[in-house]
Write a protein that binds this ligand. Structure first.
Ligand code: ADP
Ligand code: ZN
Ligand code: MG
Length: 480
């Protein structure tokens, strides 16, 4: 064993997305999250004998749109299969899914190849009441069949991801893309976007993939990143200790950071897939596919490019705004409020640099107290030098705290910038007098010494003076 072995993590993701159709995949039952349990069911989605599934046309269109947005080719004829297993949340004893011919395949999104994206129906929801719900445990398990039959698209990536952080960032882009398409709510807390991560490690330079484990059903970006990193660390420790990684399914507990085994390879299901005899192949016409392609909106990747090229926003900021669905929508709302001729780059920098610093990168700014119009106005006040950067930051603090109107806050807090006023000139005089050493240093060529003078002025004016303006006055006064 040598501790010099360097391992490369390899990660492939499987993402389930609930489609935001009005009704279920194969019956007319309405879809509604949080409805009274077992009120949205019918003989079809309860698996009664003799009932027949009818595919939801909207769901098929949404699946095609998803595939096109992910650069996939759309199969001219794809099949539904039955995936057989027994569980209380699956009253038919099988899930209708797709097997060897999925509707979408061979795509790519931002450097991660998409192996396939297929349609299937969701299972119902087991609810564990009391303790564990095991047969011998104190608790029991009840089933809410409302979710059963919800249309899903399952997206399977190639193993092209190499860290927890990359997985998180890529998933954020995927989520923003799906959200922009409008085919799903992609709400992780409500389970309309669910992600499993397949993880292995291999010695750097080795082509063959290592044995993988699968982390099930993580329901936040942060947990996904942490779970993947924890699993990479666990596998690395195993290999470094001369042991082997077992193929198994794991659960990550975010509160303790621990990984527990749900099942091993030996317990893996054999699903006995066979073609669904009650459904004909899905055969979308090329006209329909072209029509859906033509109606795709501007997607986050294109949006990031536009921000960078047309608005002059840095690549990193552009991606942050475009790949984060909520942040992007907010930014667009601020742009709209600012109107033509606004300094869009400055708006981007204030939203990403300052607002995010105050509300957090995962927050939805639309839910903050800072109205887009207020944000737009604040940035324009900075641009007009009506407030200094420091003053504007104080205004933003207030906006985040209790909302309101930037002009009113500037007025109430006395934050208006001083500009080129006699008052400012007077304070600069006082600053020069109080800092004779700095004056001497500047006169002998060390302009860095101006820091002390600016510091004095800022303190006196509580940040209302403009640093550039102060420098100009100092240079004039000292003849520099
Ligand atoms: P399984 O048959 O176990 O479901 P698949 O070949 O269908 O495995 O792949 C499922 C997912 O696991 C895909 O996202 C794929 O990219 C990923 N994957 C497959 N093998 C590995 C591996 N050795 N390491 C990491 N990810 C992998
Ligand atoms: Zn139904
Ligand atoms: Mg698989």
């Amino acid at each position: 064993m040598s501790d010099a072995t360097q391992y490369e993590p390899v990660i492939g993701l499987e993402i389930h997305i609930q489609l935001a159709t009005n009704t279920k995949m194969f019956c007319g039952c309405r879809l509604e999250f949080g409805a009274e349990p077992n009120t949205l069911t019918c003989p079809v989605c309860l698996g009664h004998p003799g009932t027949l599934p009818v595919p939801n046309e909207q769901a098929v269109k949404f699946a095609i749109a998803t595939g096109l947005a992910l650069g996939c080719s759309i199969a001219p004829r794809s099949m539904f299969h039955r995936k057989n297993y027994f569980y209380p949340d699956l009253p038919k004893g099988y899930q209708i899914s797709q097997f060897d011919i999925p509707i979408c395949a061979n795509g790519e999104l931002s450097g991660v190849r998409i192996h396939r994206a297929h349609m299937e129906e969701d299972a119902a929801k087991n609810i564990h009441v009391g303790e564990s719900g095991r047969i011998h445990g104190a608790g029991r398990t009840v089933v809410d069949y409302n979710r059963g039959g919800t249309p899903l698209v399952e997206i399977v990536t190639e193993p092209d991801i190499h860290s927890g952080a990359q997985a998180r960032e890529w998933l954020q882009l995927l989520r923003a893309t799906i959200k922009r398409l409008g085919v799903s709510d992609v709400n992780m807390e409500e389970g309309s976007l669910r992600c499993d991560a397949n993880i292995s490690i291999r010695p750097v330079g080795q082509k063959e993939l290592g044995v993988k484990s699968e982390l099930k059903n993580m329901n936040s970006f942060r947990f996904i990143e942490r779970g993947i990193d924890a699993e990479i660390a666990r596998q690395t420790a195993l290999l470094n200790a001369g042991e082997k990684v077992e193929q198994e399914t794991l659960h990550f507990d975010p509160s303790s950071g621990s990984l527990t085994s749900l099942r091993s390879k030996e317990e893996a299901h054999d699903y006995r897939y066979f073609p669904e005899p009650d459904l004909v192949p899905v055969a979308p016409s090329s006209e329909l596919i072209d029509e859906i392609r033509a109606s795709l909106p501007e997607l986050p990747l294109q949006k990031a490019e536009r921000y960078e090229n047309d608005l002059g926003i840095s690549a990193e900021t552009s991606k942050f705004l475009a790949f984060n669905a909520e942040m992007g929508a907010y930014f667009e709302a601020v742009l709209a409020a600012a109107g033509d001729g606004a300094d869009n780059k400055r708006i981007g920098d204030w939203v990403v640099g300052e607002l995010v610093a105050r509300i957090g990168a995962d927050a939805d700014p639309a839910e903050s107290k800072v109205e887009p119009a207020a944000m737009a106005r604040l940035v324009s006040l900075v641009g007009e030098k009506a407030v200094t950067n420091a003053g504007a930051k104080t205004v933003l603090d207030k906006l985040v705290e209790s909302g309101g109107d930037p002009d009113a806050i500037v007025e109430a807090e006395g934050l208006a910038a001083m500009g080129d006023s006699d008052e400012l000139a007077g304070i600069v005089d006082a600053a020069l007098e109080a800092n004779p050493k700095a004056v001497e240093d500047m006169k002998s060529g060390n302009m860095k010494a101006i820091g002390a003078v600016i510091g004095f002025v800022m303190k006196q004016t509580q940040g209302r003076a403009d640093g550039g303006e102060v420098t100009k006055i100092v240079r004039e006064k000292l003849g520099l």
